[in-house]
Design a binder for this molecule. Structure first.
Ligand code: ADP
Length: 420
């Protein structure tokens, strides 16, 4: 599976998980509203039958909206024509609560408009679950008429308890979704590693096959007895083998170095040296490579104060890797190098006008084995280890490496080292 398909799959899965979570939350909210409504319906029935039974109705046309007020969220009051016998009402209401399945506790209050206060109150706990003794702290709602008050201190809790199975199932579903999300993430990461590993094996065989084939042919020529009579040919073929061996050694060293730095921290052996001089040498060594492609490397600007405290050989490797890439990923290399000081940092800038790198790859490009591919093809050979090693070197110096690049317009790498 290619990276693009994988990314699409991950995005789709994330969207799906978000959608399912949103639907689940919507249903929970709907259920909560439904349970509240059911509670209101049940309490209306209790109140209505109480009023009818004790002849307390002010008007015959009774409904929740018209007769019942909610001065506070858990407090229902209903006007009555007169105050009835308190104990009888209490017993009746208790029975009705059982009848209509209102199994939470309630403070039943009788408000006397003439005295402007609650005449009395009863605590009814049909569930035996709660302990409530706030009768004296009870908020007073003054009215110009007598009324019965029903205060449900644990109404929310009661409704949520009713929804418990929904809440638990939603929670379980959420856990499953999170599990699913984590699996997708690990699957994506595993696939990404598989892909890069597969690419690495492909690159590895390509990189080693050609030099080995060339060396085999050269060795065959050298094994002919007549070769001793052709000293120039002998020299040429020996040179070919030499070049190929050097190339293979370089690649192998790079791989060993990256493998080593996976398990060990790079320990720079710092010394004070002139970075401009080091750059000049590196550019000089790289120039033939650029000239092979009719290109050039210029040391454009250099800071006067170029003494830095760093590991000379690691910094050389980092710059050489950047220059090598700049040549490799340009058709006709036009590379410029600069050094400058910015704040407390010494900066080395390597800019080319080559193929450039799309923004999506900018962060990943420093990862091990990562290479920018177009479909299944790559414009140039390599292992995807160069930039990873550069990053490790710069990290070991507590520095930064920045990339500015646009596909088709070239790339600029800036190394920033702290001046100590
Ligand atoms: P390699 O060059 O061996 O593939 P690197 O780690 O050096 O590995 O680079 C990783 C990838 O970054 C390369 O495969 C290439 O696609 C891209 N890259 C690096 N430097 C440049 C550059 N100067 N211009 C364009 N692409 C680059």
């Amino acid at each position: 599976m290619r990276a693009k398909t994988l990314r699409l799959l991950t995005i789709l899965s994330t969207l799906l998980v978000t959608l399912i979570t949103a639907i689940q939350l919507y249903w929970l909210n709907t259920t909560y509203n439904y349970e509240r409504k059911q509670f209101n319906i049940a309490i209306t029935r209790v109140i209505k039958s109480t009023l009818i039974n004790f002849n307390l109705l002010n008007n015959q046309d009774f409904s929740f909206e018209k007769n019942i007020q909610l001065p506070a969220p858990d407090y229902y009051i209903v006007p009555v024509s007169h105050l009835p016998n308190f104990d009888s009402v209490k017993n009746f209401v208790t029975r009705e609560f059982f009848e209509f399945n209102i199994l939470t506790d309630c403070e039943l209050l009788f408000y006397n408009a003439g005295h402007n206060k609650y005449e009395t109150g009863f605590y009814i706990d049909v569930s035996d679950q709660y302990k409530f003794s706030a009768k004296n702290n009870f908020p007073g709602f003054n009215r110009a008429y007598h009324y019965l008050g029903f205060y449900f201190p644990h109404r929310e809790h009661y409704i949520l308890q009713h929804m418990l199975k929904w809440i638990i199932s939603s929670f379980l579903l959420l856990m499953v979704l999170i599990g699913f999300g984590i699996s997708v993430f690990y699957f994506y990461r595993q696939q990404f590693l598989n892909e890069t590993q597969k690419d690495f094996v492909n690159n590895f065989s390509h990189e080693f096959k050609t030099p080995l084939a060339v060396m085999k042919i050269a060795a065959e020529v050298l094994s002919r007895p007549s070769i001793t009579e052709q000293p120039q040919k002998l020299h040429n073929y020996t040179e070919i083998i030499n070049t190929q061996v050097t190339h293979l050694q370089k690649q192998l060293n790079r791989m060993l170095m990256v493998a080593y730095t996976d398990n060990h921290k790079l320990k720079p052996e710092k010394e004070k040296f002139n970075a401009n001089e080091l750059l000049e040498i590196t550019i000089h060594n790289m120039l033939p490579l650029a000239e092979q492609k009719n290109g050039k490397i210029i040391f454009e600007n250099r800071t006067a104060d170029a003494f830095i405290h760093a590991d000379k050989s690691y910094i050389l490797t980092a710059i050489a890797n950047l220059l090598e890439n700049a040549v490799k990923y340009s058709v006709k290399p036009e590379i410029s190098v600069s050094t400058y000081i910015e704040g407390n940092e010494f900066c080395i800038r390597v800019a080319d006008k080559g193929l450039g790198i799309e923004k999506v790859h900018h962060k990943k490009i420093f990862k091990k084995f990562y290479r920018v591919t177009e479909g299944d093809i790559h414009p140039s050979k390599g292992f995807g280890l160069g930039l990873n090693f550069v990053k490790k070197i710069i990290d070991a110096h507590r520095g930064k490496i920045l990339l500015k690049s646009r596909k088709g317009f070239g790339s600029t790498f800036i190394i920033k080292l702290p001046v100590t």
